[in-house]
Design a protein around this ligand. Structure first.
Ligand code: PMP
Length: 465
């Protein structure tokens, strides 16, 4: 995100006034960390906020500003910050050991919980991140099928390893045939050749591409709700087509549910009624600690079994794999994340999405609010948003002003305009958030309306942050 023309906007000035300590810490951090941090999407202009503590749905930054948190650390904390039951479980585990050179009861307990919640997960393994989970799921698919390439969807984000850092944002050109654009410098030279990119919202075009490449594809990897692209749920018809075509051609269907798991007890695959071959989890499943999971069909997962005389077909070492601190935090988190709680969050999510849409419509700001369950994405565009290309047509300058404006009103969303609700959020928090959106947007009307604001803004950018 560049500095113009948001710099100098009232929201930018108000943000700077409230955050002198964040600014100072950022300057210091840049002396040691490129960009001052270790997570690129957290960066935003004029400088990212530095956070000091969190409790429930409240965060406090280093300047002492209190914030209603609508991010949950980017969908990780389904119960908010410092849930007492999670902290108790972690403290109990800390007192007996943080990692061991052997399996543990917490590992078996969480594995059983997950297999019970997700019927397609017959066997699973634990990793430290979602990135490792998708990498190993794809490796399992290649080992199982003996085929070299994978198909992924344009705009899909699956972590930082080479084959999935392709086409993570919208490209230009024929939407029916998205190019395999590297999303990072330094990828292995063959990475883009390993990937067939499918359009997200075009059933016929995606089916054509799958048919064309069917004999070389080990897996189709898809987020049932595209997270980084702007919380865009897949069309169920599209997912059913993927299931049908992959089954027909012996390709493994991998659901990346790192973000979407939270929409139902058994993840979005329960919501959509689709049984993938493999599933990847992360974020929420570790209850705020590093944890990833990949699993699914026992025949494909058998490649990780080291007990045969030849050892595992796929070795899976990892010094901190299945560390019990993450496992107990994850287990308590899931035990508390009941169908009832999820239904309550769904209602709050619907109210928030509808409410933001109504508030912005009232002040004449064209907007679409996407999402599912407790997930939401705000797109400042009058066009329907069904893909990352649609999302990129939104006014990103104005969205950034919304992000900064909400911060100054005491509400934190992701700088990319997305967010999620935790079980710590209540109806009165939603009232406050919607009122804050209204106050921020009505100031734009005072400037002469969103069209005047838009003249001040450059054309909206096409690259997803
Ligand atoms: N898949 C999806 C859908 C994600 O959103 C993310 C993280 N944002 C990942 C995979 C990677 O997970 P991690 O950050 O734990 O490596």
């Amino acid at each position: 995100m560049d500095d113009e023309p948001v710099a100098g906007a009232p929201e930018d000035r108000a943000f700077r006034d409230l955050t002198p300590m964040s600014e100072r810490l950022f300057a210091e951090a840049r002396g040691y960390l490129p960009g001052g941090d270790s997570r690129s999407p957290l960066f935003h202009q004029p400088y990212p906020v530095a956070l000091a503590s969190g409790l429930g749905a409240r965060l406090t930054d280093v300047d002492g500003n209190a914030l209603l948190d609508l991010t949950g650390n980017h969908t990780t904390l389904v119960h908010g910050y410092g849930h007492p039951a999670v902290l108790d479980a972690v403290r109990a585990q800390l007192s007996v050991g943080t990692c061991f050179p052997g399996t543990t009861r917490p590992q078996v307990h969480l594995a059983r919980l997950l297999c019970e919640r997700i019927p397609s997960m017959e066997r699973l393994r634990f990793t430290n991140s979602g990135t490792e989970a998708t990498m190993l799921a794809v490796r399992a698919a290649r080992a199982h099928t003996g085929r070299p390439r994978i198909a992924k969807v344009e705009g899909g984000y699956h972590g930082t390893w080479d084959d999935v850092m392709i086409a993570t944002g919208p490209a230009t050109g024929d939407p029916a045939h998205p190019p395999a654009v590297p999303a990072s410098a330094g990828l292995a030279p063959g990475a883009r050749d390993n990937v067939v990119v499918l359009p997200f919202d075009d059933v016929e075009a995606a089916a054509r591409l799958l048919e064309e490449h069917r004999d070389e594809l080990a897996a189709v990897l898809v987020e049932p709700v595209q997270g980084s692209a702007g919380m865009i749920p897949a069309n169920p018809v599209y997912l059913r087509m993927l299931r049908e075509m992959t089954s027909r051609h012996g390709i493994l269907l991998i659901f990346d549910e790192v973000v979407s798991f939270r929409v139902a007890v058994g993840g979005s695959q329960e919501h959509f009624g689709i049984h993938p071959d493999l599933t990847c989890l992360g974020k929420a499943v570790g209850g705020g600690f590093p944890l990833g999971v990949f699993g699914g069909r026992s025949d494909a997962m058998a490649a990780f079994d080291p007990s045969g005389s030849a050892g595992p077909r796929i070795p899976h070492p990892g010094s901190l794999n299945a560390n019990p601190v993450s496992l107990v935090a994850g287990a308590v988190t899931l035990e508390l994340f009941t169908a009832r709680e999820i239904e309550r969050l769904d209602r709050l999510g619907t109210r928030l999405r509808d409410g933001i849409g109504e508030v912005l419509a009232r002040v004449g700001v064209p907007a679409r609010v996407t999402g599912l369950g407790s997930l939401f994405g705000i797109h400042l565009t009058g066009h329907p948003v069904r893909s990352c290309r649609d999302a990129a047509r939104g006014d990103t300058e104005l969205r950034h002003r919304l992000f900064l404006g909400l911060f100054t009103e005491g509400v934190l969303i992701d700088p990319r305009g997305v967010g999620s609700l935790s079980t710590a959020v209540g109806e009165s928090d939603l009232d406050a958030a919607l009122a804050a959106v209204g106050r921020v947007a009505s100031r734009w009307t005072g400037e002469g309306g969103p069209s005047a604001t838009k003249t001040a803004a450059t054309a909206s950018r096409t690259a997803a942050p």
